[in-house]
Design a protein around this ligand. Sequence first.
Ligand code: GRF
Length: 205
Amino acid sequence: MSAAGGEVALGILISGRGSNMQALIAACADPAYPARVAVVIANNPDAAGLVTAREAGIDTAVIDHHAYTDRAAFEAALDRALDAAGVELVCLAGFMRVLGADFVERRAGRIINIHPSLLPDYKGLHTHARALADGRRRAGCSVHFVTAGLDDGPVIAQESVPILPGDTPEILAARILPVEHRLYPAAVAQVAAKIIEARPGISKL
Ligand code: GRF
């Protein structure tokens, strides 16, 4: 249900561990939070996050990209599953497929992602290793709207952490991950509040 004034229905897309998904599920447990998780969808049938979601009583689906002849067919199946669950805001959480322009444009402003770098720096993979190799002093994470360009859309929220002597990509990732788990639910709440405001029929009394 996405009745005017009600919580925003989230569809979370994952490919693996799902710790950011878990942070969103935890945030949604607070009745004051403006969103709820309608469905968790994985493109990878072995994604550990599927088990976590099911244990939390969340509806899950697997849409395995290997089962489709091309990206358009895969994305059409994704779209159908999101629509069937009444999803208003798609949250990518460690989702390792690039989404095509048609999919993204159909849900413009309604797809967000968390990326473990201070965007626009270090789009794509291996962000921590690249920041270390460049001798950067700070790293971090960003929540951004998803557009057709990889990790390219407008940033909604961003937070940095120091890079310390002796850091490895693993150590740095472990320093950033708890920040992701705080930043993503906060950013989703911001976007969800705007979606609620934009719903037709909300009277501003
Ligand atoms: C996170 O670092 C996220 O920023 C990136 O992929 C990782 C996914 O971790 N996009 P998890 O599946 O949320 O635990």
